[in-house]
Design a protein around this ligand. Structure first.
Ligand SMILES: [Zn+2]
Length: 317
């Protein structure tokens, strides 16, 4: 067991800043950087403990702007949660990919092995952070576990995690650059601002003329960020949002945005999203009446999209 100050996620904090700073050097972001500097705005991060008494769950990142300082707030617990989700989804999905390569089809079952068992344990600890804090058990996988045979997984997941958190940071960054802080009672207007922050976030990270390989690799982190925002919910009905576009819609919007020409890479991202949605639905007993043998991932995504629409609009007692 380790004390909170030694949470393994803390070792990745310098990498979070570096990855974010790396994207900020992209040509596509120059105009926004100029806006920040012409308005004399400094950006800073504040990473705190999650206040369970106040938020009754995990506080997702948010930002403020005052006295020319834009602050993005994160919690150790949310970041740990995001890493666990990234690890689980990537390991499970790579296993599914292996099955698809061997049998040309995935039968919907997840083969059990030691790594999957470890990932499942890690996920259940990650999910428990929604209720309360407990230590990151030393026997679990973690971002700095480079001494085991799983180190290759840890390296890949760290990269995915860093892209996932970058998407979330660029969403907040957009609120700061575009000065989205005037208070709106108008939910539709607020939704437009949120949509703008989402669109910018992915456009700042992935540009249409980036290659398919880059889009695919960065896209994995982006899809997992969206899935994590679904999994963080304490009530599945909250996928329908008042002030943001609905969470499933935000995921579908990102999927559409990538426009990957390479069929295998395009399939990878869309199928990863569908597997994540399947997990979300099974956690909350949302019954999807689907044939596992859907070959066409677009059809499969459509099934989820329709079902979630129905679910969102159900009148519940
Ligand atoms: Zn926002």
């Amino acid at each position: 067991m380790c004390s909170k100050e030694e949470m393994p996620i803390i070792k990745l904090y310098p990498n979070i800043y570096d990855t974010f700073a790396g994207f900020r050097k992209k040509e596509t972001i120059r105009m926004h950087e100029q806006t920040l500097s012409s308005r004399n705005i400094d950006l800073k991060f504040e990473i705190t403990d999650n206040n369970y008494e106040l938020v009754k769950g995990l506080k997702t990142p948010y930002c403020t702007l005052s006295n020319n300082i834009g602050t993005i707030y994160l919690t150790h617990e949310f970041l740990s949660f995001l890493w666990c989700i990234s690890f689980y989804l990537f390991v499970i999905y790579e296993n599914i990919q292996k099955q698809i390569q061997e049998n040309e089809i995935w039968d919907g079952k997840i083969e059990q092995n030691e790594l999957i068992e470890k990932s499942t344990k890690l996920l259940s600890w990650g999910m428990s952070l929604k209720k309360n804090y407990s230590n990151w058990d030393k026997s679990f996988m973690n971002p700095s576990k480079y001494d085991s045979q799983e180190k290759i997984w840890v390296g890949s997941v760290n990269k995915i995690f860093l892209d996932a958190i970058s998407l979330i940071l660029f969403h907040e960054y957009t609120h700061i650059v575009q000065d989205h802080f005037s208070v709106h009672d108008d939910n539709d207007l607020q939704k437009d601002l949120e949509r703008e922050a989402d669109n910018w976030a992915k456009e700042l990270m992935v540009n249409y003329n980036d290659g398919d390989k880059f889009k695919h690799h960065t896209g994995v982190g982006i899809i997992i960020a969206h899935l994590a925002l679904l999994f963080v919910l304490k009530n599945p009905r909250s996928i329908k949002q008042k002030k943001h576009p609905d969470l499933d819609v935000r995921l579908f919007n990102s999927l559409e945005y990538f426009d990957i020409k390479n069929k295998k890479r395009d399939f990878y991202l869309k199928h990863l999203a569908s597997v994540g949605l399947e997990m979300f639905c099974s956690i909350w007993n949302i019954n999807i009446n689907k044939n596992n043998k859907y070959q066409d991932v677009e059809v499969l995504l459509n099934v989820y999209s329709k079902k979630l629409d129905e679910f969102k609009n159900e009148k519940c007692l």
